[in-house]
Write a protein that binds this ligand. Structure first.
Ligand code: FAD
Ligand code: UDP
Length: 374
């Protein structure tokens, strides 16, 4: 059988492309994934106790793009879940992103009030300030607060998560969780937030439910590429692997997930608790809060960051910093020269994309590079 497109990777990038190509162009595609399931890192499944869990860490959907929300909403209904996170600081549970409410959990009320007034006067209500920016202030009170937040919320967590200090990473990494001059405790302020009502994997099954899409699992595309006929490739795996590491390895960060089931209704007060300062894990997530499942037991995930080692674990995070971008640019230049291969995905683009971003980028890439074949 001949395919029009060979798609490498059954995550968002691969499956959304497959859907677009088959629905819009009526072409035939083969999706190949080396894992034994679809949905990429968003994969969820029912564990032995019957709880719906996320295999590769907690996945919370949020977007301000109506286009992306409407696109996915064709394939799922949503649980109206809004994410809240607390971090353990000096033994107390502190709302993160650090905001005006957080002040009152760690400081005496009068002092917290003074800092609140200062922050509102200095920055204005409703502003978001990246911690590295806040540390540059010359106001003594704000400098004190910035150092407190940096030391207690960011430093330990970032060293655990990345093996690097915040200022050794691109500014955008810690800016994902800015100090928020607000009473808004939500982790994200996006217009649309939720968790697919029947899970991510069910949503993916619907995205690729087209007779012109074939799936081959448990197969690295390099094992079969010479044995199948196709015209073009869509590649969503690591870009350095595609080019046989010709410019050297791109660094990634990996994680070990430890999923533990407990004989209790509820393990912790909310979906996610961060541990910036103690323990080897960065965070514990209790899935029931996300899935809204009723069950007499509960499962939580502990996340232990790890260096990425080829062949031993998975490359979960590109590591955003200038020296890595330099390596990526060399691969991107090679990719540009290949007219029959389209690169798209968190690992193929070496970008720290959230789910909504990768859906948006994939839809755009389809429109730009493929839709004209209609
Ligand atoms: P992936 O989902 O990684 O899919 C790529 C697929 O390609 C994989 O299935 C892989 O097996 C396959 N593949 C790779 N190489 C080969 C090969 N040689 N041959 C065959 N198959 C191959 N985003 C959010 O919006 N909210 C969250 O809460 C969130 N939490 C996250 C938590 C963690 C721990 C991680 C790691 C990511 C999180 N994300 C979150 C990001 C989200 O997972 C990604 O944005 C999204 O999965 C990227 O989709 P993708 O298709 O680019 O890549
Ligand atoms: N971060 C931190 N402490 C926290 C939360 C986040 O230091 O309590 C930093 C850390 O460097 C982390 C980054 O902010 O990697 C981005 O956090 P986010 O929650 O967006 O990470 P993700 O969910 O993508 O792993």
């Amino acid at each position: 059988m001949k395919f029009d497109y060979l798609i490498v990777g059954a995550g968002y990038a691969g499956c959304v492309m497959a859907e677009r190509i088959t629905s819009e162009l009526g072409k035939k595609v083969l999706i190949v994934d080396k894992r034994d399931h679809i949905a990429g890192n968003a994969y969820d499944y029912y564990d032995e106790a019957g709880l719906l869990v996320h295999k590769y860490g907690p996945h919370i959907f949020h977007t301000s793009s109506k286009k992306v929300w409407d696109y996915l909403s064709q394939y799922t209904e949503w649980n109206p879940y809004v994410h809240h996170v607390k971090a353990v600081v000096e033994g107390k549970l502190v709302p993160v992103p650090f905001n005006l409410n957080s002040l009152y959990t760690v400081f005496p009320p009068d002092f917290a009030q003074k800092l609140e007034n200062k922050l509102i006067g200095y920055y204005g209500f409703g502003l978001k300030i990246p911690i590295l920016k806040m540390r540059e202030t010359d106001d003594a009170d704000i400098k004190f607060l910035a150092e407190y937040i940096y030391k207690n919320v960011f430093l330990g967590y970032t060293i655990k998560q990345w093996g690097l200090k915040p200022d050794e990473l691109d500014y955008t990494v810690t800016s994902r969780v800015p100090v928020f001059i607000s009473r808004d405790d939500r982790y994200f302020q996006d217009t649309y937030q939720g968790i697919p009502k029947y899970g991510y994997t069910e949503m993916f099954k619907k995205i690729i439910a087209n007779k012109n899409i074939r799936i081959l699992l448990k197969t690295d595309y390099k094992e079969i590429i010479d044995d199948i006929k196709f015209d073009k490739i869509i590649y969503s795996g690591p870009i350095d692997y595609f080019f046989d590491y010709s410019h050297g390895e791109l660094p990634y960060r990996s994680l070990k997930f430890s999923l533990v089931n407990f004989d209790m209704e509820q393990f912790q007060s909310g979906a996610q608790i961060n541990y910036p300062n103690n323990h080897d894990y960065t965070r514990i997530t209790e899935f029931k809060h996300l899935t809204m499942q009723n069950h007499h037991r509960t499962t939580v995930a502990y996340e232990y960051p790890q260096p990425y080692v080829i062949g031993e674990n998975d490359p979960y995070y590109p590591i955003p910093r200038a020296e890595n971008d330099e390596i990526y640019k060399k691969y991107a230049a090679d990719a540009e020269k290949l007219k029959n291969v389209i690169f798209v995905g968190r690992l193929a683009d070496y970008k720290y994309y959230n789910m909504d971003q990768i859906v948006g980028v994939t839809l755009q890439k389809f429109e730009k590079s493929i839709a004209h074949l209609r």
